[in-house]
Ligand binder design. Structure first.
Ligand code: ADP
Ligand code: MG
Length: 253
């Protein structure tokens, strides 16, 4: 019985985007984007600069409004259930290129702030969870330091821990390693790999092709606001169907 329930959960469509369109003024940045993501899936989003990748993942946690189409996150329709914006934000955690930690707060404070103030978690419980998460991202000894005392890679791992502290169903990553020195990229990707293996539903905008090949269940290629091609890493990298996919891959690989 329990197994049947887990199987059902895993097959659940946790993100459903249907004909999503977004304009910034006259600029049509998302053009009829349709995409379904099942619970536990890891998607890597690729595409040239300006193709709408960031805008797309920002629409998923309600940071950007769409003008046409539907986005349903874990059964909550973002276009209709505006009142539920808090419920939607609960579903998703987001990690940005810039880590956006609060510089004047310790690492522990950075991670416990939202759980305590937004989720009303008792301080001791929030701190216990934060310390477990710091352990999970490999930096338990940094709890009492300030962001400025940490390397970029460590700060990004704190940003991941901070997002996880809100116990999201979905994690969104927007070029999480793009601002890092090369030697720090791996430590962040390793944390993301562990998260993927743990069953987290993940949407990752990244240019790390090794990560995409190894970790992604599916790759989605954006170009000029449209999804050009979707497939497994093998399908997309080894046997791309569309000329725009081939062109994009020839430029980055
Ligand atoms: P990507 O992440 O793929 O580089 P973005 O989603 O950031 O692309 O941007 C898609 C397009 O939308 C670009 O042409 C960009 O200049 C434009 N854009 C993004 N954000 C805004 C905004 N807040 N206002 C106006 N135009 C924007
Ligand atoms: Mg972007």
């Amino acid at each position: 019985m329990a197994e049947a329930n887990i199987a059902k959960e895993e097959g659940k469509e946790i993100i459903v985007c249907n004909g999503v369109n977004k304009w910034f003024g006259d600029l049509h940045v998302l053009k009829d984007v349709s995409l379904t993501v099942k619970k536990g899936e890891v998607l890597v989003i690729l595409g040239p600069s300006g193709s709408g990748k960031s805008t797309f993942i920002r629409t998923i946690n309600g940071l950007e409004e769409v003008q046409k189409g539907d986005i349903v996150i874990d059964g909550i329709n973002l276009s209709h259930d505006i009142k539920d914006i808090e419920a939607i934000r609960k579903e998703t955690g987001m990690v940005f290129q810039q880590f956006n930690l609060f510089p004047h707060m310790t690492i522990l404070k950075n991670i416990t702030l939202a759980p305590i103030w937004v989720r009303k978690k008792p301080k001791a419980e929030a701190e216990k969870i934060a310390l477990e998460l710091l352990e999970r991202v490999g930096i338990p000894e940094q709890a009492d330091k300030y962001p400025g005392q940490l390397s970029g890679g460590q700060q990004q791992r704190v940003a991941i821990a901070r997002a996880l502290a809100m116990q999201p169903e979905i994690m969104l990553f927007d070029e999480p390693t793009s601002a890092l020195d090369p030697e720090m990229i791996k430590e962040v990707l390793d944390v993301m790999k562990e998260l993927a293996r743990s069953g987290m539903t993940m949407l990752c905008v990244t240019h790390e092709m090794g990560f995409a090949r190894e970790v992604a269940d599916r790759i989605v290629l954006f170009d000029e606001g449209e999804i050009i091609e979707t497939g497994t890493p093998e399908e997309l990298f080894d046997n791309p169907k569309h000329d725009r996919t081939k062109l994009f891959l020839s430029q980055i690989l």
